[in-house]
Design a protein around this ligand. Sequence first.
Ligand SMILES: Cc1cc2nc3c(=O)[nH]c(=O)nc-3n(C[C@H](O)[C@H](O)[C@H](O)COP(=O)(O)O)c2cc1C
Length: 221
Amino acid sequence: MDVYEAVTTRRAVRGFTDEPVPREALERVLSAAAWSPSGSNLQSWNSYVVTGAPLAELKKRAGERVAARDSWDEREYEMYPTDLKSPYRERRSAFGHERYSALGIEREDWEARQRAASANWDCFGAPAALFCYIDRDLGRPQWADVGMYLQTVMLLLRAEGLHSCPQMAWSVYRKTVAEILSPPNGLILFCGMSIGYEEPAVGYARTGRAPLDETVTFVHG
Ligand SMILES: Cc1cc2nc3c(=O)[nH]c(=O)nc-3n(C[C@H](O)[C@H](O)[C@H](O)COP(=O)(O)O)c2cc1C
């Protein structure tokens, strides 16, 4: 698979089979992803890969919190600005519309939206998950390092025939994740990532992208 194919076939997959992910594939992917760039080669990422019984336990505990309508853990970072401005607000709303209409959920059906969102904490059925932490003392450029690393992981997963879904949703149950992973103090959970083979029966809408001239300015000499 060439890089263009990896980029264009990567998407946030939200339905996985229970076919186990070979450990060797995960090791190949994470060894190669370690070559991601980072400012001054800080390598700002801290990943935990979870499968089998510990992942089942995490899903169980998170599912219990969802069922109990437990309040979310206090935030360690804001996922989005409270007052999202244009054009981001419109893009977010278009995404919500695409995502929920692919599932046959009406815009006003809050309960159904919540049910669909709660699949996040079951990793959409995936048999493997990655949790990526960043040191609390690092700054915005290092968060960008982590983003580059995570995209590299997702592209390499495509080369292994695997799919993924990055999930900030896990940050709201970060204490439950920490019960299973016991990360050292001083790390912030940026996101989880479900990993596995796609379940083709689960419907989805391919997300769109803004036209190139909305996000890129060519300054010709
Ligand atoms: C940092 C980050 C966090 C995300 N968190 C979630 C999440 O919690 N749950 C989810 O279903 N999708 C999540 N996504 C997936 C995005 O919704 C998705 O990437 C975006 O809509 C573009 O669609 P595509 O990835 O299918 O091209 C996240 C993506 C990123 C990059």
